[in-house]
Design a protein around this ligand. Sequence first.
Ligand SMILES: [Zn+2]
Ligand SMILES: [Zn+2]
Length: 373
Amino acid sequence: MKAVAVFPRTKEVRVIEHEAPCITELGQVKLRMLDIGLCGTDKEICAFEYGTLPAGSDYLVIGHESLGEVIEVGPAASRVKVGDLVVTTVRRPCSHPECRPCRAGYPDFCITGDYRERGIKGEHGFMTEYVVDDERYMHVVPPELRDVAVLTEPLTIAEKALDQVRHIERRLPWLNTVIPEDMRRLPLTAVVLGAGPVGLLGAMTLIVAGCDTFVYALVPAPNPSSEIVEAIGGKYFSQGKVPVEVQKALSGRIHLIYEATGASRLAFEVLKLLGPNSAFIFTGVPSLRGPIEVDADLLMRNIVLKNQIVFGTVNASSENFDEAIRDIGVFHQRWPQALRALITSRSAPEEAPGLLLGKIGGIKNAITFNNEV
Ligand SMILES: [Zn+2]
Ligand SMILES: [Zn+2]
C-alpha cells in the first residue's frame, strides 16, 4: 500500500510502497485512512530535525493527525464497529515500571522520555492507506463531523491546557465556595498568541468556554485567519498594530494567555501583561537558537506578587480526545463555515513531499487517501 515516508539517512521524503498491516491481536482494529493533517512537527521531521525511526526500519511513515474508517475489528474489540469513523491517539506509553503516568494511562505526562509516538517517534504513522492499532487508542467521531474531524488531534492541545487550568483554578478558594456560580468569577479575558491551527482552535475553545478572546499574530488583517477570528466572535490584532486603548484595557487584566507560536521573545514580552491570579500556557516548541534577553526581574516580581502560574503542556490524554471530539461538534454547530475554513487544502499523497518540503501556505493542509481528493 501507499505511504508517505521520510528517510533520514538519504535525506529523502517520498511516497513508498509499505507493507499493509494485518490484525494480529484480539483487541486490534483495522482502519482505512481518510484524512491526515500536516503540521509543523511533520515539517521538522521532513527537515530531519526531529523524529525517530522505528526499530529495524530505515524510514518512518509520517502522519499523526488522522481520521480513519473502521473496516475490520479483532474478536475482542467491542468499543468500535465496522463503518465507525475514528481518530487514533498518537502517543504510546513507555515500558518502565517506575513511570507512574504511563502506568496510569497518561503517557502524555511520561517522565522517562521512552514513550513512542505514531508518525513521530519509533512507530510508523498514519499517512498511509491502512492502519492497525489497538481499539483502546481509538475515539469514535459522529458521522456529521467527517469533513472536520482531522482537526481533533491539534485541538487536543487546547483541551489538555484548559483541563490543566481547571485543576489549577482550584487553588483559588473563592471559586470553590458556596457563593452562587455567577458571582464566583468575573468574565475572563484570554489572549491567544498565534493564528495557526493550534491558536485558532485554542481561540474557539476559549470562546466556547466563555472567555472574551483576543488573538495576536504576525500577519496584518484581513487574512484568512483574521476572518476566522472575527467570525467566531474573537478580536484579531497583528504585530505592532494593537491600538493604545486596547493595550491599556488589557494590561494587567488578562486572565489567560495561550501561547501557540513557539516564539520565545514574543511570549516573554506578553507575559508582562498577565493579570493577578492568572495563568500563562506555553504550547509552542521553539528551535534552540541561543539565549535571549528577557526582563527577568520584572517577570519574577510579577509572578510572585501577582500569584501567577506559568506552565507548559504537550500531547494529550484519552479524555482530552473525547473532549476535543465533543468540542469539534460544538464548533461545527456554532460556526460551520469558520471551522471548515481551517482546512485550507486537501491533496493526494503524491503532493505531500512538496507540501512538506516547500513553504506550506494556508492554515491546515490535509492529505487524503483512497481517492477522495
Ligand atoms: Zn501535529
Ligand atoms: Zn513513561
